[in-house]
Write a protein that binds this ligand. Sequence first.
Ligand code: SF4
Length: 257
Amino acid sequence: MKWIEIATGYTCNSNCVYCARLRDPAIPAPERKELLSYLIWGRKNGATGAWFSGGEPTLREDLAVLGMAAVKLGYQEIKMQSNGMVLSYQKALERYVQAGFNQFNVSVKSHLPAVHDKLSRRPGAFEMAMQGLKNIAAMNLHLEVDFLITSLNYTTLAQSIEFFHKLGVKRFNFWYACAMGPNADEIAAYVPRMSDVMPHMAEAFQTGERLGLDLMRSYHILRACLESGKIPFQRSQAGYVDHESGRAGISAGIFSD
Ligand code: SF4
């Protein structure tokens, strides 16, 4: 299906060590009318899925309004990409579901609380994110996680998969830490060697396949490295087309998955 991904702004209630949003924290959040124009553009170009990302989209007061607008425009799948902390509040989650959100993609760093909180640079982040995952699973909604591979979590990938599967996660999206932007030197300390990671990733894939999970690997991971671990290469986000809004840093784009 075709998706439009819309970055709703770069503010966040977390402060992850590897965050690309730190490249320019001064970029102001787009106004609602700008985001609505992206949604209209997406439908005109055949998108039936609307994917709201950030920053942290739940920090926008009008996120539910945007979800309702997406429903009105005919989007069938409406996804929120979140760090899960606000979703730990049941009433907040219910509000988004009533507005039309039916898919949730939560960023997790490990099944180990200390690792998650250290990478988030926010004590208590793990506990809140886990409560968010439990709330989503209890409502029987589509639940997937973004898992960014770093030097702190790559040796326990298989255990993380087991843990999050038990919480009701259906899909894992593996990403790889990239040392880029103004804090590239700091991020570099958390980027592991791909050759060290691949045996653990291969083990994680065997675990995920045994559990019947959907496993997506990002284009950040080199094809040769994946194949050295006998993990088939996968093209993700095929045919990505950016919206030409002319507004630096805030993006919307259409792709197929
Ligand atoms: S949760 Fe996402 S947007 Fe927020 S700091 Fe972490 S990586 Fe950045």
